[in-house]
Design a protein around this ligand. Sequence first.
Ligand code: SF4
Length: 214
Amino acid sequence: MRFCSLFVVLQFRDDNMQTYPIVEIFHSIQGEGFHSGIPHVFIRFGNCNLRCEWCDTNFLSFEEKSIDSIVEQVLSYGCDRVIFTGGEPALQDLSSIGKRLKSHGLTLSIETNGTIPIDSVIDWICVSPKDQLYPNVPIKQRTGDELKVVYCGQDMSVYDNLKIGFTHHFIQPCYIDDDTVEQNGKGFQLVEKIVKESPGWRLSLQTHKWMGIL
Ligand code: SF4
């Protein structure tokens, strides 16, 4: 029994000393997908196992932060919803940080590329597959709440099988910050056509970009 107690204490100390690569933590409004319009605290983790050409995150610029400092900052916003994003958040030990955050009554979501199985501590799983760029990298997280496809002209039938494991299906135009309104507009028109002609797919827009917020 004493050994067990000692183990628990040492484990707790280990967890407290654990650090995570953090690009940024901020309080904002989810701009896309199912929870669009709802305030969340975003924890953007560093590093990713893919290199998508449209990626708008500098995930290699991060700072190592302890669980304590992450939790303290998250709680300071007084918001009960957290999104793990990145980079690819599933590269991290999400169990430890997830349990700590949930012990404060927070609801956890993740935005992932789906190539790494997701820990069960997460309440809401949003997979945004990158098959259009990496057809040979298998999607291992094949179930979840939300499938969010960034449309770049790919054949949508590649998602026929993957769709089955998800409750909500979103398609989102590939928005390139440096492209002109006309160039981005063409992508919007293509997505509009797909949503009209493909039952089950809903439109997702990155409204936070239009609002000029993170
Ligand atoms: S998976 Fe996401 S974070 Fe990683 S490179 Fe692609 S868009 Fe960027």
